[in-house]
Design a protein around this ligand. Structure first.
Ligand SMILES: [Zn+2]
Length: 150
């Protein structure tokens, strides 16, 4: 069970480390005339994350430096690591119980943006943003139909 649980991937939606959807990141990339401080406030994330989103080359540089620094083991804490693995495992069990995550995982294509994603609670839509777009489109179609029948 544990190995299977290990192999079970969390969808972006379930990933607790993820604070922003891909759509929000795209929005942030485009808003270069708003200050990073203001954007951080608006999106509820750190200013650093905003800067990394707008300047991917800085994120790359940061990752490189981090990889170097961690080589001496300064970030490794056995207890924290074990606790974290346990926490993720329990989180997955919780999601399985709720039925928002399941075996086996199928990848499907989002009908709005076309991105491939692991099927979670949403059947054909990859994110909250795409669900929103889909609702708007359904509303438009409905209104058009109404006009035609008048
Ligand atoms: Zn999508």
């Amino acid at each position: 069970m544990s190995k299977k649980l290990e192999a079970l991937r969390l969808t972006p939606m379930h990933d607790r480390r993820r604070k922003l959807t891909e759509e929000k990141k795209e929005e942030i990339k485009k808003r270069k005339d708003t200050s990073s401080r203001q954007l951080a406030k608006e999106y509820g994330v750190s200013r650093r994350l905003i800067v990394f989103i707008q300047h991917p080359e800085r994120l790359e540089r940061h990752k490189e430096l981090y990889r170097e620094r961690r080589k001496d083991g300064r970030y490794y804490d056995r207890e924290r690591h074990t606790a974290s693995i346990r926490s993720v495992r329990n989180y997955k069990r919780e999601l399985l119980k709720k039925g928002t995550l399941s075996f086996p995982q199928k990848t499907v294509r989002c009908i709005i943006c076309g991105r491939e994603f692991i099927m979670g609670e949403r059947v054909k839509l990859c994110s909250v943003e795409c669900v929103r777009v889909s609702k708007i489109m359904t509303m438009k179609k409905y209104k058009e139909k109404k006009k035609l029948t008048k």
